[in-house]
Design a protein around this ligand. Structure first.
Ligand code: NDP
Length: 281
């Protein structure tokens, strides 16, 4: 048994768990499909019910894999997909969403994100998102890879304040958002969805992370995720196509790390001391 996953409340009032699963790179190879489906199902079974995909991932194949995995679990899942910026026009957004729904085999998304800023005016994309909400095809909409100035601009657009989340790169080795974007989102009540929460595995060899993990009989990935779960208004979507790693990641909720060890992690992965522009992968 695990400790409960903390929940966050979206501006629309819906509650979502602070831990889910990502699916970038899923759907690239038929040989991996069974494992990918099993991993998504494992995540949902363990309460990590936020499932994040995008029309971009494997050219739509990731959405198809998610569709297979959740076919009999739809009501338990908080389903997230994203529109390519070049599709995010007034009509293009709606058509892209309809294609995503078809690949996923569902009648609505819980959350639809603009993947990153492109050349279509935010007014058009937001108006299309609001239309999708009215027609029941999405429950909420949000953005991704938006820095503080982008968020401020979004909030000036009609209905821009309905933005439900901002999905950005955030992990121990990418703490720039703590300088201004995270406090801004916390103040406005817009949850920050941390992507690449274990830096795609690259931080897991850090000596200090390994030392602290060992002290709690935990793994470096669990400590890296606990670091995000510790923060108000942050949720994380680690990707794994291995059910046993999904279970490992779920265990991140069970760590109770001391202030002294958090300070050691701050020394190994220093928080920002000045504004840097938002990093993207
Ligand atoms: P993550 O930080 O989640 O790392 C995923 C990698 O780490 C995979 O190679 C996985 O391998 C491995 N891994 C997972 N768990 C463990 C573990 N416990 N121990 C060791 N290795 C582990 O990176 P992602 O870039 O995938 O980010 C997560 C999700 O965020 C994406 O899948 C996607 O949904 C979203 N995203 C959104 C972006 C955006 O622009 N909006 C950009 C990037 C990501 P394996 O599968 O073999 O276990």
């Amino acid at each position: 048994m695990y400790d409960d996953i903390p929940t966050l409340t979206l501006p629309s009032g819906r509650d979502i768990p602070a831990l889910g699963i990502g699916t970038w790179n899923m759907g690239e190879s038929n040989a991996e499909e069974a494992q990918e489906v099993a991993s998504i199902r494992k995540a949902v079974e363990l309460g990590m019910t936020v499932v994040d995909t995008a029309e971009m991932y494997a050219d739509g194949r990731s959405e198809e894999i998610v569709g297979k995995a959740i076919a009999d679990l739809r009501d338990e899942v908080f389903l997230v997909s994203k529109v390519y910026p070049f599709n995010a026009s007034a009509t293009g957004t709606i058509e892209a969403c309809e294609r995503s729904l078809k690949r996923l085999g569902v009648d609505h998304l819980d959350l639809y994100l603009l993947h990153w800023r492109g050349s279509h005016p935010l007014e058009e994309t937001v108006a299309a998102f609001e239309k999708l909400k009215q027609s029941g095809k999405i429950r909420d909409w949000g953005v991704s890879n938006f820095d503080t100035d982008d968020m401020e601009e979004l909030f000036e657009v009609e209905n821009g304040r309905n933005c439900a989340v901002n999905q950005v790169l955030y992990n121990l080795s990418r703490r720039g958002v703590e300088y201004d974007l995270l406090p801004w989102c916390q103040e406005k009540g817009v949850p920050l969805m941390a992507y690449s929460p274990i830096e795609q595995g690259r931080i897991l060899n850090n000596h200090e992370l390994i030392r602290i993990a060992k002290a709690y009989q935990a793994t470096p990935a669990q400590v890296a995720l606990a670091f995000l779960l510790e923060r108000d208004g942050v949720l994380a979507i680690p990707k794994s196509a291995k059910p046993e790693r999904v279970e490992e990641n779920r265990g991140a909720t069970d760590l109770d790390i001391s202030d002294e060890d958090w300070a050691s992690l701050d020394a190994a992965f220093p928080p920002p001391t000045r504004k840097t522009s938002l990093a993207m992968l």
